[in-house]
Write a protein that binds this ligand. Structure first.
Ligand SMILES: Cc1ncc(COP(=O)(O)O)c(C=O)c1O
Length: 369
């Protein structure tokens, strides 16, 4: 086996020769951006593939999150999870909104609906949960609370490409969902992202916001941003779409293998899939429980010493970073489940071309003295 380092992920790329003709079309057309033909084709293809009504492509998910909040004119306070990538909370600060952190559920590590109502104040206008590792949130309960208190729901669905719940796309829940097509994601366009929305009117507003607020040559209706996906990225996305099912199938096999092999390691808990969901196997998170022979960080260091580089997603908790830790909701006593998960979690390498022998190596390292 090669001694090349193994990282938590490796971007999926289609064969270069399949991309070159698309690149030539971009060169010939001289249309590089501003919602050109590839951009439009990818939007249509993704609506069909994902089973969603409207989609607007972005340069990345972070700009899409910032724009999603603006599209719905969200202000004041937004209830969110500390157990996420920093971009979720950062998108609130970029809009001058105060994040209110609520703890997560122990099984899914998603925002705990049972704790949302206690965090609602007169300033609350929205809830921003994430489908962590692609596992669907308790969407029914979150919607019930949102309806009761007249709140908006914007899902950070960065991990949830292609995930289905009770037979339909999880991306159709809430008011808006935001996808990431970053290099590390199941479906990548190098960098990229998208907002899924339910109607043509909302899409129009989002499309204006990602183009500086321009409606036409002379009319600007909002302080929009430059969030447009380029033709290069959109062309790549069209090609990636042809390969994504095969890529997810390979991930599924690796996920299954991990579960079989790790069953032999005491104190290692693999996060369960939701039986009502069709998942995308985007991550392979484990919890290194106190019953394991050594701590999470010791496992992390041991694997790294053998050239295997897992990641501690999500450690440290977002709520512990300097721009958030002064908030009353950020106190670790208020977030015991998220705090324990952040101290125990390790995301192991998973990507379509991962050699299954690496899984044997990881298990052997965990079992060795
Ligand atoms: C949960 C979550 N939200 C948002 C983002 C930001 O996505 P992007 O890199 O496309 O801006 C990421 C990861 O990159 C993420 O994991």
């Amino acid at each position: 086996m090669s001694n090349k380092p193994i990282y938590v992920t490796q971007p999926f790329l289609p064969p270069l020769e399949e991309f070159l003709p698309l690149l030539k079309q971009v060169w010939d057309s001289k249309t590089l951006t501003n919602c050109g033909p590839f951009h439009q084709r990818l939007e249509a293809a993704l609506c069909e593939y994902l089973g969603v009504p409207y989609i607007s492509l972005f340069t990345n998910a972070t700009i899409a999150l910032v724009s999603a909040l603006q599209a719905l004119r969200v202000t004041g306070e937004v209830i969110t999870t500390p157990y996420t990538f920093v971009a979720t909370a950062h998108s609130l600060l970029w809009n001058g909104i105060k994040p209110v952190f609520v703890d997560v559920e122990p099984d899914s590590l998603n925002l705990d609906p049972a704790q949302i109502e206690a965090a609602i104040t007169p300033q609350t206008t929205a809830i921003m949960p994430i489908h962590c590792y692609g596992r669907p949130c308790n969407v029914a309960e979150i919607q019930r609370i949102a309806d009761t208190y007249n709140l908006r729901v914007i899902y950070d669905a960065a991990h949830a490409f292609g995930v289905r719940h009770h037979g339909q796309s999880v991306l159709n829940h809430g008011d808006l969902s935001v996808l990431s097509f970053h290099a590390t994601k199941v479906f990548n366009t190098f960098e990229g992202g998208a907002i899924i929305c339910p109607d043509a009117k909302t899409k129009k507003r989002i499309d204006h916001l990602k183009n500086f607020g321009f409606v036409d040559e002379t009319v600007v209706i909002a302080p929009g941003i430059n969030g447009k996906m380029s033709e290069f990225n959109a062309a790549l996305g069209l090609l990636q779409l042809e390969h994504v099912d095969a890529a997810i199938a390979k991930r599924r096999q690796l996920d299954q293998l991990y579960r079989e092999k790790l069953a032999a390691v005491p104190g290692i808990h693999c996060l369960a899939h939701d039986p009502d969901a069709q998942t995308n196997f985007s991550y392979f998170p484990i919890l290194v429980r106190p019953e394991h022979r050594c701590s999470r960080d010791a496992v992390y260091d041991k694997l790294k010493a053998h050239g295997i580089h897992p990641r501690r997603y999500f450690y440290p908790l977002v709520s512990s970073f300097p721009m958030y830790r002064g908030l009353p909701s950020a106190h670790r006593d208020h977030l015991p489940v998220a705090t324990a998960a952040a101290d125990q979690v390790l995301c192991l390498p998973i990507y379509p071309d991962l050699d299954p022998a690496v899984i044997d190596r990881i298990v052997a390292i965990m079992l060795a003295d």
